[in-house]
Design a protein around this ligand. Structure first.
Ligand code: ADP
Length: 583
């Protein structure tokens, strides 16, 4: 068994891995950037080493520094978590070459599944059908149009090296093809260094169902169960559950067996996930994630297994501690990814310091957090604050339990996805399991949400007000009175009255009026979509601002002519900076 594991990651997943290590009597080594000197994962680790830098590229992705720390710390295993190095075959090779165990799949399997085109080919080798589409890089917009005409719109352009919803663009009609192709390529190049893209039919109301598999070095490959991750925004998961409701035992088993075939076709070892889309009783291979996933916890709760412990066993050369027949799934688990995002404002990233934090507890509740009170969720990294996971005997009780837990959750200092998650869990269509991957964005009315976690909207729906509970005693009985106060400038994401759309009559001419477009948050301008003198309509995209690994489109709030452009691509801006003036 391994004795000392370096976790080449940060945040909740680093802490998650360390917790299992501690239970197994394995020493843990953290690495940290300059920003993370006092981060939770650093405080939790037995030893911690600086790798310097601020941005992910300067710090957690600085391979040379991490390799140095592996040597210096004497770690005999490296766990990559998810993101960063988890799907980096070169890093896996470099670690293995040092005689250190890589707690993940063989580099060849990472490569096979590393790009979506070769993944589709690997699935075909395992005799598993992918979403209808191409396996060649697309060259120009004309090809996109031809594919759409042949397969029917909508279709999707997907960056072969994309991930996490980035580098993927839906095209609804021929005239969107050129801009979508460019945007998919640009995003993919910026994030993943490669811009190749291919085409897929875009399913309009699929469920995202994925199968957890595990394989050891003794030839055992098992599937542990499925997760339904259909509640998404921007093609990113927000709520996950296991089992997928209404899936027949027959289909579940067919999906599990298909997943095992895909894993075997690529010589897979360790934990992996086969993602599929499920629509009208049919399932299609989407991609394989060659790592532990964010949502692995729901599988842990229904199977009572510790996937990290199993990963470590496998990397130590031991066989899986269970067989396919011994896997027993009971009850229902739901996970909410608590992200630092403002649900009331289109899930705008909301970095900041956590001034106060109350974590729910009680029966069936688990919290996998990356931060504690006083910690800062930095703009440089992923905005996942932590994951709240509940277990109950059936789906409806799990749903109610999650609502109860969310009602206990209090966080002060930044916005979170909690208001949206509550709305989803209370929604009759979610309760009746009638949602699909586009449901949240297309069917759920998020406009009434307020910025503060856990509050319903005030009557006028003014999202620049924040709800606060104030205790009031009346005749010896305590009441919590909700008061809507002007929103405090939270983490640089302040609700500017001036940026709210005004009635059409406002026209031009108002000094410093609503034609002044300011940065809603700190970030980098990746693209300017307009020029001085250009006429724009309300709602048109003006700029693309990137922050916390997300591209945010900044739109015109009124129609008019671009009078002044104060930024260019590549420029870093702070919240409140004036970007564009429209007259
Ligand atoms: P990523 O690697 O960016 O996560 P995926 O291929 O896994 O990309 O897709 C992410 C999500 O996008 C899926 O869960 C699903 O909601 C949606 N999606 C991807 N491909 C399609 C498709 N062909 N049709 C409909 N939805 C899709």
């Amino acid at each position: 068994m391994l004795k000392k594991i370096l976790i080449a990651n940060r945040g909740e997943i680093a802490v998650r891995v360390m917790r299992t290590c501690r239970e197994m009597g394995i020493a843990t080594v953290a690495v940290y950037s300059d920003v993370d000197r006092d981060a939770f994962h650093v405080r939790y680790a037995d030893e911690a080493y600086s790798i310097g830098g601020q941005t992910a590229a300067e710090s957690y992705l600085n391979q040379d520094r991490i390799i140095e720390v592996i040597t210096r710390s004497g770690a005999d295993g490296v766990h990559p978590g998810y993101g960063f190095y988890s799907e980096n075959a070169d890093f896996a090779r470099a670690v293995t070459a040092m005689g250190v165990a890589w707690i993940g799949p063989p580099p060849e399997a990472i490569e096979d599944m590393g790009d979506k085109i070769s993944a589709r080919k690997a699935a075909a080798r395992g005799d598993v059908e992918s979403v209808p589409g191409t396996t060649k890089p697309v060259q120009n917009a004309q090809e996109v149009i031809e594919f759409g005409e042949a397969y029917g719109w909508p279709i999707t352009i997907k960056a072969a090296y994309g991930g996490g919803g980035r580098g993927m663009k839906v095209v609804n009609a021929p005239d969107e093809a050129a801009e979508a192709l460019e945007s998919a390529g640009r995003e993919a190049l910026a994030y993943f260094g490669r811009s190749e893209a291919y085409l897929e039919k875009y399913l309009t109301s699929p469920r995202h169902i994925e199968i957890q598999i595990m394989a050891d070095t003794h030839g055992n490959v098992v599937w542990l169960g499925e997760r339904d991750c259909s509640v998404q925004r921007r093609h990113q998961k927000l709520i996950e559950e296991s089992p997928a409701a209404d899936l027949s035992e027959e289909t579940r088993t067919a999906m599990g067996e298909a997943a095992v075939k895909v894993a075997k076709a690529t010589g897979y070892v360790n934990a992996g996930t086969i993602e599929m889309l499920y629509q009208d009783g049919e399932f299609y291979f989407l991609e394989m994630n060659t790592r532990l996933q964010v949502e692995h916890c729901v599988t842990e709760l229904v199977t009572s297994l510790d996937l990290v412990a199993e990963q470590i066993r496998i990397a130590s050369g031991l066989p899986l501690s269970f067989t396919q027949d011994e896997i027993v799934r009971t009850g229902h688990a739901i996970e909410c990814r608590i992200n630092a995002e403002n649900s009331a404002k289109g899930f705008l990233p909301s970095p900041g310091t956590i001034h106060d934090l109350h974590i729910p507890s009680g029966p069936g509740v688990r919290w996998d957090g990356g931060y504690e009170r006083g910690d800062t969720v930095s703009q440089y990294y992923d905005n996942l604050v932590g994951k709240l996971i509940v277990w109950a005997p059936d789906r409806d009780r799990a749903r109610l339990r999650m609502l109860r837990a969310l009602s206990e959750f209090e966080i002060d200092g930044l916005h979170t996805t909690i208001p949206a998650q509550k709305l989803v869990l209370e929604h009759p269509e979610f309760a009746a399991n009638q949602h699909s991957t586009r449901w949240l964005e297309e069917k759920v009315d998020l406009s009434g949400l307020t910025s503060s976690a856990g509050s319903s909207a005030p009557a006028d729906g003014d999202s620049s007000l924040m709800a606060r509970d104030v205790p009031v005693e009346v005749d010896g009985r305590l009441f919590a009175v909700k008061v809507w106060l002007p929103e405090a400038p939270v983490a640089g994401v302040s609700a500017k009255k001036s940026s709210k759309p005004k009635p059409a009559a406002a026209g031009s001419g108002g000094a410093g009026g609503n034609g002044t477009i300011t940065a809603p948050m700190q970030g980098t301008i990746v693209k300017v979509l307009v020029e001085v003198g250009q006429e724009v309509a309300a709602g048109d995209s003006l700029l693309v601002l990137e922050a916390m690994k997300m591209e945010n489109h900044i739109n015109a709030e009124q129609s008019g002519k671009i009078k002044e452009l104060r930024v260019e691509a590549g420029k870093t801006v702070s919240a409140g900076d004036i970007l564009i003036i429209i007259e």
